[in-house]
Design a protein around this ligand. Structure first.
Ligand SMILES: NC(=O)c1ccc[n+]([C@@H]2O[C@H](COP(=O)([O-])OP(=O)(O)OC[C@H]3O[C@@H](n4cnc5c(N)ncnc54)[C@H](OP(=O)(O)O)[C@@H]3O)[C@@H](O)[C@H]2O)c1
Length: 292
């Protein structure tokens, strides 16, 4: 079973679906879940300093026994309360040691808040140096709005490869998200969609509930698979999801390895109905301050 990949603006590639050790696994020892994900067929593991569980990656890779270079490993700089190291290099060195790695495939600034006392341009220069050093093969950002990109767009030497952010039918439609997508498209910055199951988990009920259930019957997929595929197709990017359950890990992966894409009409129907509701779970303090 092979997983399709998408190409970054620096030429490197990423599997189109990743297994995250945040949210459900956050602050938990989770090597068994990572081993299970790798055995299920995932080849991209999404980690972060904030999740405080990077040592589980080292244990999981040792137990799994496959080659490190066959797994795409992403990590992120920064702690929510800003108590962490204010230097992305020192943080990366710490996380590499915890994970037993020489390099990560992708290193992100977790949110524009963690730059804490430095300018976006200063922080990004430090990120560029990590790529040049080979400690991070690619570099990117997470939870960035249009205005965050504008703050360093004129000074970057290497544009971010990705913007990882909450992305689902209930938050993709506001103007600030459209502007974020426009600036990402301009620089070929790939969207990495997380929280895509919101209509099934954190924002249940109408108006999408019946539509998603109907589309699951129509396609033969599960409702979760429909939502994961929608985010990947509508954003043109990739999907980051998670589950503590082996059966759901398999189901989520199979959305991208077995099932064909949703039709344009199906994608559009979900997008149109999604516009009837607004919901955001992550990064409210940043996005509530975004220009509308
Ligand atoms: N950059 C950032 O700021 C940021 C923020 C958040 C997340 N992330 C990354 O994205 C990953 C995924 O985040 P997420 O938790 O928001 O992803 P999600 O894919 O929207 O939700 C996953 C959660 O939904 C539950 N779930 C899965 N299928 C379900 C279904 N059919 N019905 C009901 N519940 C279902 C799972 O619970 P079970 O365990 O019970 O299956 C799991 O807790 C994280 O692990 C992290 O790596 C990044």
């Amino acid at each position: 079973m092979s997983i399709l990949t998408k190409k970054f603006n620096d030429g490197n590639e990423i599997p189109i679906v990743g297994y995250g050790i945040g949210t459900a696994n956050s602050r938990q020892e989770c090597s068994a879940q990572i081993v299970s994900a790798l055995n299920t067929g995932y080849r991209y593991i999404d980690t972060a300093e904030m999740y405080k569980n990077c040592p589980s990656v080292k244990d999981a890779l040792a137990e799994w026994g496959g080659k490190r270079e066959d797994v795409f490993i992403l990590t992120k700089w920064g702690l929510a309360d800003l108590s962490g190291n204010n230097d992305p290099r020192e943080t990366l060195l710490k996380l590499l040691e915890q994970m037993g790695l020489d390099y990560v495939d992708l290193y992100l600034i977790h949110t524009p808040l963690v730059i804490n006392g430095r300018t976006q341009s200063e922080c990004w220069k430090m990120m560029e140096d990590l790529k040049k050093e080979g400690l991070a093969l690619s570099i990117g950002v997470s939870n960035y709005r249009e205005e965050d990109f504008l703050a360093f767009e004129t000074t970057w030497e290497i544009p971010p490869a990705v913007n990882q952010l909450e992305y689902h039918p209930y938050n993709a439609h506001p103007a600030n998200m459209i502007r974020m997508k426009t600036i990402c498209d301009k620089h070929e910055i790939l969207i990495m969609a997380y929280g895509s199951l919101a209509p099934l988990t954190r924002a249940t009920g109408p108006p999408l509930e019946n539509v998603i259930e109907g589309m699951a019957k129509e396609t033969g997929m599960t409702t979760g698979q429909v939502l994961l595929k929608w985010s990947e197709q509508y954003s043109g990017g990739i999907s980051v999801t998670t589950s503590t359950k082996v059966q759901r890990q398999k189901e989520q992966l199979e959305a991208f390895t077995i099932w064909p894409p949703l039709s344009d009409d199906q994608v559009d129907r979900i997008a149109q109905v999604g516009k009837e509701r607004y919901f955001r779970h992550f990064g409210k303090s940043i996005w509530d301050k975004a220009a509308p």
